[in-house]
Write a protein that binds this ligand. Structure first.
Ligand code: FAD
Length: 372
């Protein structure tokens, strides 16, 4: 059988990882990335948490999938993993959707380490506001190192990468597809067997311009603050579960901590649906009026952990966060995988977290024949 020709729209972690895997199966793969740099969008602007299940007490399936992919990701990308900090999960006394006891039992159910935190850590929290503090095991990843690792692998696998290249449209051409691109301002077209749409917040851009039915997706304009934490928090990550709370985690690529808040990190939201005119997420991002909510985040967080009031705000990073509409109710993070969506050979792939890549790969291998 002839070597398959594959185009991938989107040079984030998902597009790049899948490109390598397909090249290793003998396919001829080209990645098109709109930005001048790879992995500069959601794959960089995120909380850098390697999920280990703790975050999902309301979605046991997501928690269990995270438990499986955590050791795999940590091993495969060990050079980008920061495991040199202690991770504590806190449970609030009120407004929380779980109690401390429920969180402990949930961790037992998914087999995740969860011990009573030492007194030296408990003394950092406001006992009037916090019900329990647990020592857990969760890591962070350095997105720049992750990009460097994956780029070396792509080079070794012989993947072609084109930056400043927008995949504009796709249409059926014989047994395959014709893909229309704008590369450094020049319009081009090419012919492929498969096109993988890995453009995250912009999955529907390509569908809309190709007159293919949009996939229902929900978007949030998010702000993550990067802060310098006081010395006693430097080797620590804290997540207050499970409700309108906050999380402060090492952000290794900037050597700072990221600070996010369930209530203030999303500034506004909108949805893509088949019944409304499409709005381009990147255009919204470019025109977003960026007024930081840092003041609100820290005023709330210091009520629970008073020492955080000494955090020095450095800057904010912004990104459109895209989730499946059903994730709203249970906070789950399943993958989106639509094979042959609207056209034979056009596949849409999106993961709600970095380690979802393994679930995505598994689904692709199950459904699409790519080997020579
Ligand atoms: C605020 C926030 C916090 C998060 N926290 C975490 C976390 O702690 N842990 C975790 O695991 N996950 C987290 N996530 C989720 C994680 O970031 C995403 O699941 C992951 O980065 C998605 O990777 P991707 O490659 O699909 O997207 P991206 O990295 O966004 O890549 C998509 C690429 O497609 C390009 N593109 C768009 N349109 C086109 C086009 N037409 N042609 C060519 N290229 C195009 C874009 O420029 C972009 O580079 C978070 C996300 C956000 C936004």
């Amino acid at each position: 059988m002839a070597r398959k020709n594959i185009a991938i729209a989107g040079g984030g972690f998902f597009g790049l990882y899948l490109a390598e895997q397909m090249a290793l199966k003998g396919c001829h793969v080209t990645v098109y990335e709109k930005s001048p740099q790879l992995m500069s969008r959601a794959s960089y602007v995120n909380q850098a948490r390697v999920h280990n299940g703790y975050h999902y007490p309301r979605s046991i399936l997501t928690a269990l999938r995270s438990r499986l992919s955590f050791p795999r990701f940590v091993e495969e990308f060990s050079d980008c993993i920061d495991d040199e900090f202690s991770k504590y999960y806190l449970v609030a006394g009120s407004l929380s959707k779980v109690t401390g006891e429920q969180f402990r039992r949930f961790c037992q159910r998914i087999g995740a380490e969860c011990e009573d935190a030492p007194a030296s850590v408990k003394r950092l929290v406001n006992p009037a506001m916090i019900d329990s503090v647990f020592t857990t095991r969760e890591y962070a990843f350095d997105a720049h190192k992750l990009r460097d690792i994956i780029l070396k692998r792509l080079d070794a696998a012989g993947v072609s990468i084109v930056t400043d290249a927008v995949v504009e449209k796709v249409r059926k051409y014989g047994e395959g597809l014709e893909v229309f691109t704008t590369i450094s301002g020049q319009q081009e077209s090419s012919y492929v067997d498969h096109l993988f749409n890995c453009t995250y917040s912009r999955i529907n851009y390509l569908l809309n311009s190709s007159e293919i039915e949009l996939i229902p997706l929900r978007h949030e304009m998010t702000e993550m603050c990067l802060v310098d934490v006081p010395d006693e928090f430097k080797k620590m990550g804290l997540t207050l579960m499970c409700g309108p709370f906050f999380s402060v985690m090492p952000f290794p690529s900037a050597q700072l901590h990221s600070f996010s808040h369930v209530r203030y990190t999303p500034h506004y939201q909108w949805s893509d649906s088949a019944t409304q005119p499409y709005e381009d997420a990147h255009l919204k991002y470019d025109h977003n009026h960026r007024q930081s909510a840092w003041g609100h985040m820290i005023r709330d967080a210091q009520r629970y952990v008073p020492g955080l009031s000494e955090c020095q705000y450095q800057r904010s990073i912004w990104e459109v966060k895209t989730i499946l509409p059903r994730s709203d109710s249970d906070d789950s993070r399943p993958i989106l995988f639509r094979a042959n969506h609207g056209l034979k050979g056009l596949h849409c792939v999106m993961g709600g977290k970095i380690d979802n890549i393994y679930d995505a790969l598994q689904e692709i291998e199950r459904v699409i024949e790519l080997s020579e």
